[in-house]
Design a protein around this ligand. Structure first.
Ligand code: PRX
Length: 636
């Protein structure tokens, strides 16, 4: 098990140095020892960031589900693979063993095949956090179909865009979902989306809330009767190392969402290796990541990483506030959770509700705490450390992205001394660089710049589905021969990294990446709106909230601004989803623009954040006079 489990800081540095000195050897050793291959590779790595083209383990053959399920059956057949905790605390938790999982995945894989799904076909999965969601990912992977999971909080328009972009042949959904005290009509949303999606031939529907659904004959079927008839043995499709595993959409600063494409072998090796080390997973631990599988965190660290290690991974259907704010901690006590991985926005929301919700639960099983998705502020970090970890459980502040597939900068628990708000040190194999505005690397410590990565790692996305040029342009054209993350970061006096936030127009709200373009497009659909711009501003719980500047068409009539605000948020909810609703809407006469017509969001951000003392040079604007107008409107 050489280097598979890093145990102290000295060992981390040794492993890190080796991983950088000879990356091919390093990853080859890990791949060799810890996975099941149908055929070994001819070449560990070939790469060229100018194209960009990156290939890991070329020539190798495997199936990721044999690594996540089959190979565990001998020693872990009766071990719980997925521990499902339902929304309703009075509904029994479900312990799905590796053997159960094997059968469920194979049955669904056979159903997919019977419906004509073949290797390379795209299947859209639009499901709540129920076991069928994880099973669906794995069933696709079993037969080589490419899954495209769409978070079940997205609207029908957002769903349709993603289905059409990937040209999915099938949608797997449910009659509905439970979220706290609410029920959501998922099948209704799918029906609406599919009016715009001619590529979809079949819809499989999981029964979850027992609601009446509309059945389109020849297209829609309940899943359970099909599973009942299906065999629980399905031979795994033999995949090439670089065959696609999944597409997952993420917001860009402009244009439609980007379908990040991840491939098989490198993704498996990296997510498994990071999971083992970042969470120091031991055989009988119970691990819980509270993310939704609709995001990359769920793909990599609820499903693939944990299962590749034969771990027990908790899947929680509900929300932290239902039936009350003690729910997370009750689940920790109930299932004796050892590793707990969540988002700063959840920590802030729970901290606000007070300690009584925490103190009623026994949290002594916890060994390691994690955060992901956005910068964690110092106050939230200490609250988490003091009250949840009781200052004995290290906090791993893990920085990474949909595009990176796995954790990139993170402490290794019990090895790397933690520092509040710092993601600390690069994971073995990761070579970060900070760049200045002129495109030169900033060496040394106590510096700040744009965060790039200089060398490929196994789980990086290989392209944007259907648009390789956009992939090159977005990530590899800003800095020569480097992957540009879109984030800013600083490096302190000992070389620890702190992520300072996005340097582009992506806004992270409650840990969700939102691009400005689709939200502005939605606002502009309102018949009274002429133009709009949105920016982020600091928010106590969400990290950032959205602030919209809206110019109304001049119709000569007076309008009720309160009603307009409601209507605008309604359109956003329908077109993008409720997570993109605006907290504040300012109706304004003009937007500051550069001479080339680009909106100067930097100025709008400052005004939204109430930071108008230093707006910088506005004299180069096309219309500098509008700035004072916008400020005056706020003061009214
Ligand atoms: O800005 C960074 C922020 O989230 C972005 C990636 O978002 P997404 O692709 O949705 O993936 C989130 C889950 C991996 C990054 O570009 N981010 C993520 N983790 C951190 C973070 N910012 C600061 N600290 C983190 N730990």
């Amino acid at each position: 098990m050489s280097n598979y489990h890093i145990k102290n800081l000295e060992e981390y540095f040794q492993v890190y140095r080796r991983s950088v000195r000879n990356p091919e050897n390093f990853w080859e050793e890990i791949a060799e020892e810890h996975f099941l291959w149908r055929k070994k590779w001819n070449t560990v790595l070939s790469w060229d960031f100018t194209k960009p083209e990156v290939k890991w383990f070329e020539g190798a053959q495997l199936n990721i589900t044999e690594n996540c399920i089959d190979r565990h059956l001998v020693t872990r057949g009766e071990k719980t693979a997925i521990l499902f905790e339902p929304n309703n605390p009075n509904e029994a938790a479900e312990h799905i063993t590796y053997r159960d999982l094997y059968k469920r995945v194979n049955k669904l894989a056979n159903v997919l095949k019977a419906k004509g799904i073949k290797k390379g076909d795209r299947v859209c999965i639009y499901l709540p956090m129920i076991p069928e969601l994880a099973v669906s990912l794995l069933a696709c992977a079993r037969i080589g179909a490419i899954h495209s999971v769409v978070f079940a909080g997205f609207s029908s328009t957002a769903l349709a865009t993603r289905i059409n972009d990937a040209e999915c042949k099938m949608v797997i959904t449910s009659d509905g979902s439970y979220r706290g005290s609410k029920m959501i009509d998922l099948k209704g949303i799918v029906d609406e989306a599919l009016e715009e999606c001619p590529c979809v031939e079949n819809v499989l529907v999981v029964k979850r809330i027992n609601s009446e659904i509309n059945v389109v004959q020849g297209r829609d079927q309940w899943l359970q009767p099909l599973l009942d008839e299906a065999s629980d043995e399905c031979e795994a499709e033999i995949m090439n190392a670089e065959d696609p595993l999944f597409i997952l959409y993420t917001s860009g600063s402009t244009g439609k969402p980007k379908g990040m494409l991840h491939t098989t072998a490198g993704y498996m090796v990296y997510t498994a290796y990071t999971f083992k080390n970042v969470f120091q997973y031991r055989e009988n631990d119970v691990y819980w990541c509270t993310a939704d599988i609709g995001w990359i965190t769920g793909h990599s660290y609820i499903v693939y990483g944990p299962l590749a290690n034969g771990a027990t991974t908790v899947m929680f259907e509900g929300v932290p506030s239902y039936p009350d704010y003690s729910r997370f901690w009750q689940i920790v006590e109930k299932h004796k959770v050892n590793q707990f991985y969540t988002a700063p926005t959840a920590i802030r929301a729970l901290a606000k509700e007070g300690l009584s919700h925490v103190e009623s639960s026994d949290l002594s099983s916890l060994k390691i705490l994690g955060t992901v998705g956005e910068p964690i502020n110092e106050e939230a970090w200490h609250w988490y450390d003091d009250n949840i970890g009781k200052r004995k459980s290290p906090i791993v502040d893990t920085w990474w992205q949909t595009e990176t597939g796995g954790i990139m900068i993170t402490p290794i628990p019990f090895s790397t001394p933690t520092k509040p708000t710092y993601a600390t040190l690069p994971f073995p194999g990761i070579q970060p660089a900070l760049m200045d505005a002129e495109g030169s690397e900033i060496k040394g410590n106590q510096v700040e710049g744009r965060l790039c990565v200089k060398f490929p790692w196994p789980s990086m996305a290989r392209t944007i589905w259907g648009n390789h040029e956009r992939y090159r342009n977005t990530y590899f054209s800003t800095f020569e021969n480097k992957y540009f993350t879109g984030d800013g970061a600083l490096r302190d006096e000992v070389g620890y990294y702190r992520i300072t936030g996005r340097v582009d127009d992506v806004i992270i709200v409650s840990g969700h990446n939102l691009g400005t373009a689709p939200i502005e497009d939605a606002i502009n659909e309102h018949p009274a709106v002429a133009e709009s711009a949105i920016v982020g501003f600091p928010h106590d719980i969400k990290g950032n909230a959205l602030y919209g500047y809206v110019i109304l068409k001049d119709t000569g009539e007076s309008r009720n601004h309160e009603n307009l605000r409601k209507e605008i948020n309604q359109i956003i909810t329908e077109q993008v989803g409720p997570i993109a609703k605006l907290d504040r809407i300012q109706f304004t006469q003009g937007l500051p623009k550069t001479r080339s017509g680009k909106i100067m969001r930097r100025i709008l951000r400052k005004i939204a954040s109430n930071d108008i003392s230093n707006l910088g040079d506005t004299s180069t604007l096309l219309n500098p006079e509008v700035v004072q107008g916008i400020i005056d409107e706020v003061l009214v």
